[in-house]
Design a binder for this molecule. Structure first.
Ligand code: ADP
Ligand code: MG
Ligand code: ZN
Length: 615
């Protein structure tokens, strides 16, 4: 059944900039500080923790957007400890709940959980305890399906509420409410019932990932009306971002990059497949680095051993799939390198986030080739991609509609492609837009490759070019790759293109005034904006796949109906060509060695055939 939230007018109150919430004069301040130290063993509060606690304890509905590891749990566990009554926490995963309860019990905070796969007698025991007026529990954790399916639980909550013993309702991982999020869980949508039933009970919704539309969805579905929003910037000023064209000698480039910039320092190289991890580690060992690999096929003791060696600096480079990363708190990771395309911007941001926890400058370098896109896309469609265990992977979602997940995954991947293809806009801006955060690229201060090289840019109306490209794809009967289309469009006279020339006569060479990089950026824009679709064609003879461009008739129609103009930003050609080597090549120890020349005329075109021989 499709999800149509009842739209309510929401009054958001930005809490982050309101000094009121940082006050140390709330009636509970002393208790708060004492318990934070004594029970939780923390010396101080992390950014926004005090503010969120003060707002929720003042009785408001609060929406918290805080990066993973920022310390969201404390913002409800500490109030749970000092407010009368019980705090109800909705959390998506039993394993996560069990982990939290273990920590709470270790700190002597009585807590319980209810889940569908628990013994009924055990559940009854807990519910019976809650019927007493002097129950011992401070927190009750439940999975969302419990709320959706258990009338017994709802009746107990009503009784608690009637006795004024329902202190607070916490929705952890609140982005699971939204279909736009990467972790959609249908049972989260039913949680609106809580606010309907318990209007005066404060709700605290927490997440590490919410675009503007996800936030809107969450607030609507939960029925929050006057909602204080606390968000902190996801920008990491000490991380330097760059994207580099990936060539056949990528590993040599990585070797050189590390030797030039981070010799003997600690880093992570994220690889797509298990085989890649082993290959990259082996090559780097040959180059004299202390490297090891880490992936899901290794047995747990082996994995733990490698991780320990790395933590103790016996190994400084770890070549890993995204399975590596959870719970890693090594502060001095100086570089995160992506050997292939990450599968979403959220994932990329999180993986990069493992660098520079100590606040020192660290590098995030992504080696990008369009053929990796085809490879990742194929792996996603086969379900063969190794996922991070939690929290960025959509592997947590197990709903019938897997087609929709595939669509979301593909869309996320396309956003990542467009991020890599973009050689104009600030990398920080591009990442932060994704988290619903506006960023002024002047604040980047040339700490990303695009800001470093671009002096000025011009906007061009490329509507006519886009129309021609769509026409061209149509007239070649939608059976050629993007690189072929580009060759034809720019008037190449290669044998293959000549052979098919009769089919494309009128548009052959229509785009010869464009630089190759410009034409390809426009074409990719058409793909990322869904006017054209990349289809994967598997060749039976060689077992390899190639990509074929097709027209999305539905969307493309709008392009020709008129009224739609497409504008793209390009580096100003005059300024770009003036860019001298010395301006481009960074000083020692800065962003990247050597590779920053503008890509506009780079021959970075994909090989149409991609080897999919993965482990
Ligand atoms: P999130 O849910 O935002 O990902 P957690 O609540 O799991 O983060 O907290 C991450 C880690 O930070 C935990 O190990 C927690 O003990 C620690 N932590 C939280 N708040 C503080 C604090 N004020 N001081 C020190 N450590 C903290
Ligand atoms: Mg958490
Ligand atoms: Zn920038």
């Amino acid at each position: 059944e499709p999800y149509i939230p009842k739209y309510v007018e929401v009054n958001y109150i930005e809490g982050s900039n309101d000094k009121k919430w940082s006050s140390v004069n709330f009636p509970w301040t002393k208790k708060l500080e004492a318990n934070n130290k004594k029970v939780f063993g923390n010396h101080s509060f992390r950014p926004n923790q005090r503010e969120v606690i003060n707002a929720t304890m003042s009785g408001y509905d609060v929406f918290v957007l805080m990066p993973t590891g920022g310390g969201k749990s404390l913002t409800y566990q500490l109030p749970a400890l000092i407010c009368p009554g019980i705090t109800l926490v909705i959390s998506p995963l039993v394993s996560l709940i069990q982990d939290q309860i273990m920590h709470l019990l270790q700190a002597n905070i009585p807590a319980a959980y209810l889940s569908a796969n628990m013994e009924w007698t055990e559940q009854q025991e807990i519910l019976r305890e809650l019927s007493s007026d002097h129950f011992k529990y401070r927190l009750l954790y439940v999975t969302p399906e419990k709320i959706a399916k258990s009338d017994v639980l709802l009746r107990h909550l009503e009784s608690l509420h009637a006795r004024e013993l329902l202190a607070r309702i916490v929705i952890d991982e609140a982005h699971c409410v939204s279909q736009w999020g990467h972790d959609f869980r249908p049972d989260y949508q039913g949680l609106g019932i809580l606010k309907q039933k318990f209007q005066n009970t404060p709700v605290l919704a927490l997440t590490a990932t919410a675009t503007a539309s996800v936030k809107e969805d969450v607030v609507q579905a939960l029925g929050l009306v006057n909602c204080i929003v606390f968000r902190q910037s996801f920008n990491r000023p000490n991380l330097l971002y760059s994207v580099i064209p990936k060539t056949k000698k990528c590993i040599d480039d990585i070797d050189k990059f590390i030797k030039d910039n981070h010799f003997d320092e600690c880093g992570i190289i994220y690889c797509l497949s298990r085989m890649d991890c082993e290959k990259v580690a082996e090559k780097l060992q040959e180059c004299g680095h202390k490297a090891a690999f880490y992936h899901g096929s290794m047995d747990p003791t082996q994995r733990a051993f490698v991780q320990k060696q790395w933590s103790k600096d016996e190994i400084n480079i770890i070549c890993a799939t995204v399975a590596f990363g959870m719970g890693i708190n090594k502060p001095d990771v100086r570089f995160v390198i992506h050997h292939s395309l990450p599968k979403s911007i959220e994932g990329y941001h999180q993986e990069c986030g493992r660098a520079g926890r100590d606040g020192q400058r660290s590098s995030c370098v992504l080696y990008y080739s369009y053929s990796d896109y085809i490879r990742v896309k194929h792996m996603i469609s086969q379900g063969g991609i190794e996922q991070s265990p939690f929290p960025s992977g959509s592997n947590r979602v197990n709903i019938a509609n897997s087609g929709r997940i595939l669509e979301t995954n593909t869309e996320n991947l396309l956003r990542m492609v467009s991020y890599c293809e973009n050689d104009v806009d600030c990398r920080r801006l591009l990442q932060l837009i994704h988290f619903g955060e506006k960023f002024d690229s002047a604040n980047c201060k040339k700490t990303c490759d695009n800001c470093l090289k671009i002096k000025s840019f011009i906007e061009k109306d490329v509507t006519d070019v886009t129309k021609q490209l769509v026409e061209l794809v149509k007239s070649t009967r939608q059976q050629f790759s993007s690189s072929h289309i580009l060759e034809v469009y720019r008037g190449s006279l290669s044998q293959f293109v000549k052979k098919h020339r009769h089919e494309t006569l009128s548009l052959h060479g229509a785009g010869k005034h464009l630089a190759k990089g410009e034409a390809s950026r426009i074409l990719r824009h058409l793909v990322t904006e869904d006017f054209l679709v990349e289809d994967v064609k598997k060749s039976d003879i060689y077992g390899s796949v190639s990509s074929v461009l097709k027209v999305n008739e539905y969307k493309a129609k709008n392009l020709f109906l008129g009224g739609k103009t497409i504008i793209l930003r390009f580096p100003s050609p005059v300024k770009a060509s003036k860019l001298s080597k010395s301006e481009v090549a960074p000083a020692k120890g800065s962003l990247i060695s050597g590779k920053l020349s503008p890509q506009i005329d780079s021959p970075a075109q994909p090989q149409p055939e991609v080897d999919l021989n993965l482990s």
